[in-house]
Ligand binder design. Structure first.
Ligand code: SF4
Length: 607
């Protein structure tokens, strides 16, 4: 117990709450930290240990795990909290992370993470104020959207709480519902908001006053100052200084093939729609740039129009996806769609893909107010909305019309992944199916906006700059494995990936050492990442995942892009399988995609 109290960098304990019986427990973080670092690593280990291999996502036995990292709250850009559970979309390991202030608040309350199991009999809200943990009736706000839920929870007595909550979509078990953090940040992917809904848990509110014990405060401040300086000098910082220029850049991605349903012709009006939206942001909406806890980047802004506001990340593809996939030329309509999805805390990428699919079934007219009506039907599970709320794969099985999806039935990326071989590989091998959780978009988006930089990175990692070329299959497996590792390191330390990638890994390792007193290096961080990646794989192997399951929907291999800049491009199945072979070899898995005994031994995972 003494060692637990003196644990540096970490809060020292993890909160376990059994909602079926309202039993509260804590266990020492120390039990997991040495072997699994924090955040995504510890969350995955707990998921592996306590979620039965035959459980379904909505079973009370499923666990909803929210975990901070050792740097959360004590380093620059250290806002992250990682959420892990069984995904109702795939019934495999689901995961998503979010920024904001919730993670830091949880740590300052004295907890590195929360593990929720069981199912409450009634709609409930958990309030954590340091050591005081209370349950509150959430019946009255059960159908509220996330904005109204946050306001309602704050009225429980503390205005300063940070709130993780679901909207009506999560309460109705819509499988593309995310978990919203204080109206701003969303753990969007994998339907984890529906898992929260299945537990009758509307919200978790947290406020803390405890701080975190630091091993070497002077050293930590020095290293953090240097990290902050490097972030501020990075191209990313300069990029985010001008929010308008950034949204314009995102909108210019209209040149990328945004095909929600992957069957349409290239939308010739995309450039005009992009110009309309750019004008909307420059002349009609007002902006309030903001950032997450301790982040100098300020990558997002509160956008306000006609008295309503929503957070928007400048370079994120969500608003462009609404415009280009749903073919909305009127930016005010696109704004209404965006606001609705934000207010409901829904995964925008998944939802727009589902709506685009529904348009092929004749269920919605794209570019019209009809889109808003269909979103309401999905949220309320009315008529066809009830089927669409199950996700694109199940909808396609129901309607008998093929759809596009990636691993396990997860909706794909906002742009057509056929020309982007690395993205396609990541979508197939990622355990959660979430491409953005796997590789941060590289090398797809990087190549598009900065080809010279992408080539340089490819040369460094693969030894061949041609590996950065999107349609090239060669070298992609190594790039995917490398960027998966970097992403896992960020998610496990509790640092946001964009700023993390802007600063040498050595400095993050030094920050960890100063905070915890435990020696760390970039090599050790990569070793942790490989170990955590192997554990994620083992979680899914136990649930039947193998080479055959590491795939994409057949349409991605069968159909050729009809028009636009990538006309004639398709995914070659044979070359795709060769990328998998190389990826498995790099990961130490056999030809069937199962980690070998030697690999398990190397990472100490041979239980
Ligand atoms: S880069 Fe953006 S999302 Fe990441 S921590 Fe900073 S403000 Fe938040």
């Amino acid at each position: 117990m003494e060692r637990l109290i003196n644990m540096f960098g970490y809060a020292g304990k993890i909160l376990f709450i059994d909602l079926s019986n309202h039993i509260i427990n804590t266990i020492p973080t120390e039990k997991y930290a040495k072997d699994f670092l924090g955040g995504r690593g510890i969350a995955t280990k707990i998921a592996y240990d306590i979620i039965p291999p035959d459980a379904n996502a909505f079973d009370p036995e499923n666990a909803l795990i929210m975990m901070t990292g050792p740097l959360t709250g004590i380093a620059p850009s250290s806002s992250r909290i990682d959420v892990v559970s069984l995904s109702p979309l795939t019934n495999l390991l689901g995961g998503s992370s979010a920024g904001g202030d919730f993670g830091a608040a949880l740590k300052f309350a004295g907890y590195d993470g929360i593990v929720i199991t069981g199912k409450s009999k009634e709609p409930t809200c958990i309030r954590i104020i340091d050591d005081e943990i209370t349950f509150h009736d959430a019946e009255a706000c059960w159908e509220y959207d996330v904005y109204d839920t946050v306001d309602c929870v704050k009225k429980l007595g503390r205005e300063d709480v940070q709130v993780a909550c679901i909207g009506k979509a999560g309460a109705n078990l819509v499988k593309t519902a995310g978990i919203s953090f204080s109206k701003r940040n969303l753990a969007a992917r994998g339907g984890l908001g529906a898992v929260m809904g299945s537990k009758n848990l509307k919200a978790i509110a947290v406020a803390g006053t405890k701080g975190v014990k630091i091993k070497d405060t002077n050293k930590l401040m020095k290293v953090n100052f240097e990290i902050q300086r490097r972030i501020k000098e990075s191209p990313s910082f300069k990029k985010y200084e001008n929010w308008h220029a950034n949204i314009s850049l995102s909108l210019l991605k209209a040149r990328r093939p945004y095909f929600g349903d992957y069957e349409e012709e290239f939308w010739e009006e995309a450039e005009e729609a992009a110009k309309n939206a750019k004008k909307f942001f420059e002349e009609k909406a007002s902006l309030r740039p903001s950032s997450c806890f301790s982040c100098p980047l300020r990558c997002w802004a509160w956008v306000e129009y006609k008295g309503e506001e929503a957070p928007m990340v400048a370079c994120q593809g969500t608003f462009p996806a609404i415009i280009f996939i749903l073919k909305i030329k009127d930016p005010e309509l696109a704004w209404k769609v965006y606001l609705k999805l934000q207010r409901e805390g829904m995964d925008i990428m998944s939802t727009v893909a589902i709506i685009a699919y529904a348009s092929r079934l004749g269920l919605v007219k794209l570019g019209s107010e009809d889109v808003l009506n269909l979103i309401d039907k999905i949220i309320n599970r009315e008529g066809p909305g009830n089927i669409l709320a199950e996700g694109i794969k199940r909808a396609s099985e129901h309607f008998g019309v093929p759809a596009v999806y990636v691993k396990g039935g997860m909706e794909s990326w906002s742009s057509d992944i056929r020309p982007f071989r690395g993205v396609a590989l990541a979508g197939a091998v990622s355990e959660s199916g979430s491409i953005s959780r796997a590789i941060h978009g590289f090398p797809a988006s990087s190549y598009y906006t900065k080809p010279e930089k992408a080539k340089k990175v490819a040369k460094e990692i693969v030894g061949d700059e041609s590996a950065a070329e999107p349609t090239n299959y060669k070298g992609k497996a190594k790039l995917v494995a490398y960027f998966e590792n970097e992403h896992i390191i960020a998610d496990s330390l509790g640092v946001c990936d964009t700023p993390m990638l802007s600063v040498p890994l050595e400095l993050w390792a030094e920050s960890f050492t100063a905070a915890t007193g435990i020696e760390m290096s970039p090599e050790k961080l990569h070793f942790y990442a490989e170990k955590i990646r192997t554990l994620e794989r083992m979680f899914n192997v136990r649930r039947g995942v193998n080479r055959e399951k590491d795939t994409l929907s057949p349409r991605l291999f069968e159909s050729v892009i009809h028009s636009g800049p990538w006309k004639g491009v398709k995914l070659d199945r044979e070359k795709f399988e060769e990328m998998k072979d190389e990826y498995y070899m790099l990961r130490g898995w056999n030809e069937n995609g199962i980690p070998t005994e030697e690999t398990l031994k190397k990472y100490g995972l041979e239980w």
